[in-house]
Design a protein. Sequence first.
Length: 491
Amino acid sequence: MSTDIANTLKLQHQYSDLGPVFGTPTPPTPLEKPRTIHVNPSVIALLGLPPVSVGDTAWAELTSGAKLFPGSVPFAMKYTGHQFGSYNPDLGDGRALLLGEVEHQGQRWDLHLKGAGQTPYSRFGDGRAVLRSTIREYLAGEALTALGIRSTRALSIVASSEPVAREKMEAGAALIRVAESHIRFGHFEYLFYTRQLEAQHKLVEHVCAQFLPEVSGHPVQEQAEALLRFTVRRSAELVAGWQSVGFAHGVLNTDNMSIIGDTFDFGPYGFLDDYEPGFICNHSDHTGRYAFDAQPGVVLWNLNALAHAFSSLLDTETLKDCLGQYQPLLVDCFAERMRRKLGLALEDDGDQQLCADLLQILESGQVDFTLFFRTLSHYCGERPAASLHALVAPAQHQALDTWLSRYDQRLQKEQRSATERSHDMLRTNPKFVLRNYLAQQVIEAAEAEDYGPLETLFTLLQSPFDEHTSHEEWAAPPPESGKHLPISCSS
């Protein structure tokens, strides 16, 4: 394996080469007795690497920090950010290291080792990740990617015998996160608030060279405006995607926001079970700042914080104009996603109200969000709509029937058959999502060294629209005890 990677992997260091102001070269602290428990073949292929087996000891060493990839120069990135609305200057990669960048088929990918041990930015932390949080991040990246939502992903999971103290003693673990960029809103805030403006210009130029080559080489102010508009658009598309699949991030601090609009830094996230707009997945979020229905607003708040960091480059009117794109983009993206969930190929003036009224029924009836839309994908105008009635409390049946009559009338405006509509809806509304109770079952099995459930859920999440008829239990709604599981930020 080491020889194969040496011949295949050509690491670059374009970010760390920007200079010492951007972070600190830091060697990883190896985990004790690392062993690979799962490998992600699609991400391996994404990087152009040869296939990897779970039992490959060299791979476990490379992906846990015991050995370095050829040419790697591990680098802890420095950034700051707003956490729960308050600026914190003392942030950075506290338990992760940028190993370098890989180019394959015209795309460049960062390799970022999480659980690498202490760095200059660890503050009082031990720099470790635990198996629980590592599995959650690994699965979430695959789940969102398969749902068509931008996300970071990971190469594999490494477990170890090293104990790590959190709320209780847990097993240490590591993964290598893969993303086109690990640059956060907080990187720009750091350079702005410390008045390192030449470095900020350099960072703008660096990001534009990779993602906006059409403005690369233009005056830095033009590049900054193009970058801010790009980030506003990507962020609006991202949150529209989250809201359409019922995903709550849980910790939308500015240091957890990707400049390219990836879902980033998974912590106490959760997919909705019952449709509950005020769902809070982070048990540390006592005010609901990061509740599910608050996400569109808080992302705009974060974009305002980013725009303030760009105020050294752009005037107030330009900043306002850039930010003004957000709401119409968000509304349009969300409306388009919801039309697809409802099987509406054409746009009609009443669609937003039709969708809003359905969501009100789902909320009032405490209806399972994923299961309802999947069941609606099979609906053909039958009365009584028994399969849908079975999901809704009897008190809401009349409201649902009234809505279905409106839906029937709306479908008459479509120009395709019910079979075509159903087919498209079944490729839009997943059968399988990463419910917290399923993740917890997988984690508990893995902690007992049973990795079969991890493999099963991983496979289902990579193809969530397929029927997988032999795994119906993984598509079931949770028992009451499986709802509102307390999820913390601790990793």
